[in-house]
Design a protein around this ligand. Structure first.
Ligand code: 6PG
Length: 238
């Protein structure tokens, strides 16, 4: 694992630097494999990043968009990560529909929808059962409890090692989430974290010793690059 921690002045710098990292990995992926696969994070932090990316002139037909997690709500629901990314970015660009690969949340059976998305990932990446797809970049946020994607503290999802997608649980609300093994297989994992409210959890995530079940972001030890991009409000004490 190649962990890089960068603390930048503020949210504007955070968005600029995360866009820089994404665009450079995008260019490298397209040069070497003629496509770029990215899994998006939800929440509020990445919205301005998605808005910035929507004004980039990129080979959209070679870019494939996934999500690392999704709230178990309809794609039209205000809490939907898919809806946020479409409104901030994807509805503003000429990207083929087939290049957008949302997690389905419409069967009323989260476990079934998790398995369905897992099968879609295996088909897209042409991996066999047991083989883990390699994303070019997985974008992650971190909650002030140290969760990432929908891998929440002390939930079953944290220890799922034989699946690619599983059912997360936030205070009893189901979510769909990439598993730790899938995230850790990525060529590049990029955490983008802002705000002083994230400071206590960041200290635990970066501590020599801490319980990863309490601070699930500690479980992310990607086999490729691991970027932690923080604004000063979040990363001041690291
Ligand atoms: C989600 C995200 C989640 C998010 C963190 C941070 O579905 O909400 O994937 O993991 O990244 O909760 O959220 P903020 O960026 O809003 O602080």
């Amino acid at each position: 694992m190649n962990r890089i921690v960068e603390v930048v002045a503020d949210k504007v710098a955070l968005i600029e630097r995360s866009q820089e990292i994404i665009l450079s990995r995008l260019q490298a992926a397209i040069e070497s494999r003629d496509r770029f696969t990215i899994a998006l994070s939800g929440g509020s932090t990445p919205r301005p990043l998605y808005e910035a990316l929507s004004s980039q002139a990129l080979p959209w037909s070679k870019i494939h968009i996934f999500w690392g997690d999704e709230r178990y709500v309809p794609a039209t629901h205000q809490d939907s990560n898919q809806l946020m990314a479409r409104q901030a970015w994807l509805d503003k660009i000429e990207i083929p529909d087939e290049n957008i690969h949302p997690m389905h949340t419409n069967s009323a059976n989260p476990a079934q929808d998790a398995q369905k998305h897992e099968a879609e990932l295996q088909k897209f990446f042409q991996t066999k059962t047991g083989e883990i797809p390699v994303f070019d970049l997985i974008l992650l946020g971190m909650g002030d409890d140290g969760h990432t994607a929908s891998l929440f503290p002390h939930t079953d999802a944290l220890t799922v090692s034989d699946r690619l997608v599983t059912v997360g649980n936030k205070d009893g609300q189901p979510r769909l989430t990439f598993t730790v093994p899938l995230i850790n297989q990525a060529r590049c994992v990029l955490f983008v974290v802002a705000g002083a409210n994230k400071r206590p959890a960041l200290k635990q995530v970066f501590a020599e010793q801490a319980d990863a079940m309490n601070y699930p972001s500690r479980l992310i030890q990607s086999q490729g690059e691991l970027f932690w991009l923080l604004d000063r409000a979040a990363g001041a004490e690291l």
